[in-house]
Design a protein around this ligand. Structure first.
Ligand SMILES: NC(=O)c1ccc[n+]([C@@H]2O[C@H](COP(=O)([O-])OP(=O)(O)OC[C@H]3O[C@@H](n4cnc5c(N)ncnc54)[C@H](O)[C@@H]3O)[C@@H](O)[C@H]2O)c1
Ligand SMILES: O=C(O)C(=O)C[C@@H](O)[C@H](O)[C@H](O)COP(=O)(O)O
Ligand SMILES: [Zn+2]
Length: 364
């Protein structure tokens, strides 16, 4: 067991009730009673089937701390981000008389914190939620920042709310059981942070091809903390995405369309990797970025075993889905592009032919 101290990264909002801490370290569950306070009686632990034993451990701990603990076991991965799953959780909350002083704890990857956060935002118009992310992606991105959501038939995350958690506890030991592919798809969001804000992240990945595959290594911990700092910095300034927060969507315009086209059988991070190569190529085509940075994007994604291309014949379907992206304004498609390392900007697409031409660069 590690004896290293935990790291505390603060996120601030426009009012005190939106402030919270992200803790990274070991043995963090003991923080929960202090975060929730004495008036909290009931806790609902929302976890996927695949993490039943982890969910039970958290429930046991909460019972020992004096809470009444209930669980809602939900379908795994993207299947959980469905209105029927939210309705099931609302039913459990209702049947067990959850009040505004009670709380939800999410235990799982980004799909779980997204739906659990949405349930917390909507139950009684808002009860507190603590996220315990169990994937790399959940720790560095999904659990932090207060974006919650579910999918609809038309697309990814189309229904949701901005709803900051009461805390995020990144218990590093839980990553021991995470399959390597899940660790590497989570790295896509780490790479994103590297390109949009902290290029040192890219160097750490390039210089440590083995350690980045060991979830318990100090390099992975440093990558986690650096990525959380990038996200905390952005969302502290712009919770509701009226400006700078859009930069966190780098690679996601095409990425989300690919996830939709694949009926969510691709992991989010894999789709975002292809989306980042597309966004880098678009930055080049628009005259903002040099070829070397585009090549670097491909090289880093490939070194992580992430996809960098997509079938040529899917373009029209992808374009149709991208029109529903949240950054679109009227008929105007908008992409996050790069003007250089750590220099994201918005590109309003003047003519869709540039998108088609760029797609040929990543099509196979
Ligand atoms: N709200 C946000 O800001 C935000 C940011 C990024 C991504 N997301 C969302 O996050 C989701 C992707 O999250 P994800 O990549 O964590 O995927 P996920 O939640 O689907 O989990 C991936 C798989 O890993 C398994 N798993 C989770 N923890 C494990 C562990 N410790 N050991 C073994 N297996 C484990 C899960 O059961 C699942 O099968 C997408 O829906 C994406 O849209 C949201
Ligand atoms: O937090 C954000 O803002 C992001 O864009 C982070 C993304 O990694 C994440 O996938 C997010 O859920 C995408 O949000 P959406 O608004 O495009 O649905
Ligand atoms: Zn993402």
């Amino acid at each position: 067991m590690s004896t290293e101290a935990s790291t505390r990264i603060s996120v601030t909002g426009s009012q005190a009730s939106e402030n919270y801490d992200v803790l990274v370290g070991h043995n963090l569950l003991g923080e929960i009673p202090g975060i929730l306070g004495q008036r909290t009686q009931r806790i609902l632990v929302i976890h996927p089937r695949a993490l039943r034993s982890t969910g039970e451990l958290v429930m046991e701990d909460m019972r020992k701390a004096g809470f009444e603990a209930f669980s809602a076991e939900i379908p795994d991965a993207e299947e959980g981000k469905h209105i029927k799953v939210a309705a099931f959780c609302w039913r459990v909350l209702g049947q067990n008389d959850f009040t505004r002083t009670d709380a939800i704890i999410s235990v799982g990857g980004g799909s779980v914190s997204d739906v659990a956060g949405f349930v917390a935002a909507t139950w009684l118009r808002g009860i507190r939620v603590i996220h315990i992310p169990t994937t790399l992606l959940g720790m560095v991105d999904a659990a932090v920042g207060g974006k919650t959501g579910i999918n609809t038939a038309e697309g990814k995350n189309l229904v949701g709310a901005f709803y900051p958690p009461a805390a995020v506890l990144c218990e590093l030991g839980v990553l021991r059981t995470l399959p390597e592919y899940e660790l590497l798809t989570g790295m896509a969001e780490v790479v994103k942070c590297g390109f949009i804000a902290d290029p040192e992240i890219l160097k750490l990945i390039e210089d440590n091809p083995e350690k980045i595959r060991d979830s318990q290594s100090l390099v992975v911990r440093e990558l986690i903390e650096r990525s959380i700092r990038v996200k905390a910095d952005v969302v502290s300034e712009d919770l509701k995405e009226s400006g700078r927060r859009e930069f966190l969507n780098y690679g996601h315009t095409l990425g989300h369309a690919i996830e939709h086209a694949e009926r969510y059988q691709w992991r989010h991070g894999a789709a975002v990797a292809v989306g980042m190569v597309f966004a880098a190529e678009l930055s080049l085509a628009a005259g903002y970025l040099d070829e070397a940075t585009v090549d670097r994007t491909r090289a880093i994604c490939e070194s992580l075993g992430l996809p960098i291309s997509y079938p040529a014949d899917r373009w029209s379907k992808l374009l149709e889905t991208m029109r529903r992206d949240k950054k679109t304004r009227g008929h105007l498609l908008r992409f996050v592009v790069l003007e250089g390392l750590g220099k994201p900007r918005i590109y309003e697409v003047p003519d869709e032919s540039i998108l088609f031409a760029t797609y040929q660069e990543i099509a196979k």
